[in-house]
Design a protein around this ligand. Sequence first.
Ligand SMILES: Cc1ncc(COP(=O)(O)O)c(C=O)c1O
Length: 416
Amino acid sequence: MSDVFNKVNLLSADMKTATSGGPRPLYRVLDSRNGEALLEGRRVVMAACNDYLGLSGDPRVTQAAAQAALRFGTSCSASRLVGGTMPLHEDLEGRLAAFLGVEAAMVTTTGFQANLALAPLFGPGDVVFSDRANHASLVDAVQLGAAEKRFYRHSDMARLERQLSAADPAAGKVIVTDGVFSMEGDVCRLPDLHALAVAHHARLIVDGAHDIGLLGAGGRGVSEHFALPGAVDLYTGTFSKCFGSVGGVVAGSAEVIHFLRHTSRAMLFTAAMPPSAVAAALAALDIIETEPERRVRVFEVARQVNEGLRALGFDTGESTTPIIPVRMGQTEPALRLWQAVLDEGVFTSGVGFPAVPEGQALIRLSLQAVHTDAHVARILDAFAAAGRRLGYTCAPSPAPVGSQRADADPILAAAR
Ligand SMILES: Cc1ncc(COP(=O)(O)O)c(C=O)c1O
């Protein structure tokens, strides 16, 4: 007789390696703050945390969260729809809409749910065009919807154009893409996506989880970065990265937001974002709007690490952001390098299938504005020593910190 629990034995080989014996990058217990972490009694450099601007430990943000918890309690214990909407939620929605230059915003309990909340837009007779490297939550939103689905090769604009041209001209069309891709740290090709959307009468939805707060001189994300205001029809975003909190947002036209507020199951049937998290996001938004130097710093840290890793002979792909992949291919060497880097005192993410396609395992670094030059040096020293120990191709020493490329990089230029 079959047993639904039998499938627990079917964990992929990659996952088995990562969860049993040997190097174990998953579900490690640590205490992390300000670019460092305490891991099993040892202080390590934290390079696996998406708090790019370093706001989760900023006293203005932590105090706002603490005061909101004391004043309003720890939970709304109700859906936004029925009793869970507080003035704080509406403040945050108004502030975010103004920040992004759109009519309205809807705050959800997580960033994952912000993407799931899109599903009612993907109806029968519509076609959704989705980048293959999009985040799982965006993929799930597409799967949840009733529209036809077309997945195009990562950032392959020619493929997307062919798919758009082949679609029924009468169908409702929508392109969905991450703004910054979460595993490889590359930026979406917004100018091309916008041009294709206009040419084919398609809507463009951008998941700004990794770019709102970070890209563009004012931190307004990819549309500011590419100087294309109005190119994005609908944004989603999260507060778990640049905002040092947790929660999500969908932002765009008032009509669309009104529709989603009343139809999205990920909005209707879940408890509201708690007051402490909303207050933290509001305090973080104040800082995002007034302290551009944090963006400048995190891009400077990222540039130093990226150049240093390349000088060591590691392949860091197309990243121009604080997410830096070290491409390894097979899982086993990736895990061995991940462990060796940790032995040298730096905690990174070891990433394999299904977060990336089979055979494209990588080590993912996330850098933060609170990383110091000493942290950067420790990260590069750790990769140099680990690479040497394992016999991977490795140049003798990292590039000197602070060299080259800053002005050639459009993202760094935009951050300045
Ligand atoms: C691109 C992208 N979208 C959405 C999410 C989900 O956000 P959250 O973890 O805040 O729910 C993530 C999280 O890693 C992400 O990387």
